[in-house]
Design a protein around this ligand. Structure first.
Ligand code: COA
Length: 387
């Protein structure tokens, strides 16, 4: 590659990381035109209908659906690695009570890189065990952080429970019903991976330096914590409440759009049609909503979508509902506090991040992009007394 002297004209180039292919992956494919999402080639709609959390995780991590015996040992491993680590719990308890569970997760993952000394001895054949430990520790840390946030006693994980039941049990201290478990499982399955979103790209960038798995996943959580990545589900709920209080949803939507406001949970960088995950979340909300509920979230959100779509259609804008449009209302029905919405997303996405790190480890090249330098050069150094 030839290197040119920087010129101000280069500044006209619109360099950024949007719409740029930076590497190949076979972990997931987002078909933004037709509104489809595939994990290792399998449509997520099929996985949401038939697969378990553990089956889907194994598929993403290794590229293949597990056999019965592999699945059994993977489930057993995840459950048995979910004990709470005393040092991590002590770290959590030292944080101010108001600490956001997602940020606590970021810090605890980074701490585990120091605590988990076995990291030094992990060879390639043990990578899967390493990622299992990270995936199983994530709900343990998040639920401890959540209970610390609420100011209630922390709970020990139960290794006799499968992954999802154990997660819900650790959050609320109650064994969930079959229906609650399956709703949470589907929510996690459909958010496990999504191409090179910013947090996945972050995980890959850090992992590409051969930094350890904890550092890469901790950095990914940091990327997810930004309001432009996680967080729209909470904003959608806030918008929904305002729409309910306005007494006239259609006027509320018109006023919002005409004053240049955004409908939260609509629009997407990649999908130019309905986000397939939104369809599944809407199904979950429909199942969880009693028919007799008069001003249900489902009903109001339907009205918001309908009204907004009329507006976008007129303006010929391909803006449709995304994953965050219905998800907050589903979590609300499951009794989950809004402070946990992004944290649940992280528990799901941890599988995707780990899958990408494993993929990268197979043929690693350090990510080291070029930048467009738009400053001056050859400026003389001025001694301090002359400045
Ligand atoms: N409500 C109203 N207008 C919207 C909109 C929304 N939800 N999403 C996009 N638009 C408008 C933009 O304001 C822009 O209009 P302009 O050209 O007059 O400025 C136009 O549509 C194109 O939008 P743009 O921001 O370029 O699209 P994008 O693909 O870069 O952005 C999002 C995608 C997700 C950032 C954007 O749709 C958004 O902010 N949505 C709401 C937040 C949200 O749901 N985030 C979760 C995403 S998973």
């Amino acid at each position: 590659m030839s290197h040119q002297e920087p010129t101000k004209q280069n500044d006209d180039l619109k360099y950024n990381m949007r719409d740029m292919v930076v590497d190949s992956t076979s972990v997931s494919w987002v078909d933004g035109i037709n509104g489809r999402l595939f994990y290792r080639g399998i449509n997520i709609a099929e996985l949401a209908a038939h697969a378990t959390f553990e089956e889907t995780a194994w598929l993403l991590l290794t590229g293949k659906l597990p056999t019965k015996s592999r699945l059994d040992s993977f489930q057993w491993g995840l459950s048995n690695m979910s004990h709470s680590q005393e040092k991590v719990i002590r770290i959590i308890e030292e944080f101010p009570q108001y600490s956001n569970p997602l940020l606590v997760l970021q810090t605890c993952l980074a701490s585990l890189a120091c605590i988990d000394r076995e990291d030094e001895y992990f060879e390639e054949e043990n990578y899967i065990e390493k990622v299992m430990r990270i995936i199983s520790q994530t709900p343990v840390i998040l639920s401890a952080a959540y209970r610390h946030y609420l100011g209630v006693p922390l709970l020990e994980p139960r290794s006799d429970l499968p992954f999802i039941e154990n997660f819900i049990y650790m959050l609320f201290g109650k064994i969930p019903t079959k229906n609650q478990t399956r709703c949470m499982e589907i929510a996690l399955i459909i958010q496990m991976d999504h191409g090179f979103n910013p947090s996945t790209f972050t995980a890959r960038t850090v992992a590409s330096t051969l930094a350890n798995f904890y550092s890469a996943t901790s950095a990914a959580v940091g990327a997810l914590s930004g309001s432009l990545h996680g967080g729209a589900s909470v904003l959608t709920l806030e918008m929904l409440e305002k729409a309910k209080q306005s007494g006239n949803v259609s006027v509320f939507v018109q006023n919002l759009l005409q004053s240049g406001g955004k409908i939260m949970g609509m629009g997407h960088r990649v999908y130019k049609t309905v986000d397939p995950r939104a369809i599944i979340f809407k199904d979950l909300l429909t199942q969880l909503t009693a028919k007799e509920e008069k001003t249900s979230d489902l009903k109001i959100l339907n009205q918001i979508e309908e009204e907004a779509r009329k507006y976008f259609k007129e303006k010929m804008l391909p803006i449709y509902v995304n994953v965050d449009f219905w998800s907050g209302s589903v979590y609300k029905k499951l009794g989950i506090h809004p402070v946990l919405y992004s944290a649940i997303f992280a528990a799901a996405r941890m599988v995707g991040w780990c899958s990408h790190i494993l993929e990268l480890r197979q043929n690693n090249r350090v990510y080291s992009p070029l930048s467009n330098y738009n400053g001056e050069i050859n400026i003389p150094y001025i001694p301090i007394e002359q400045r």
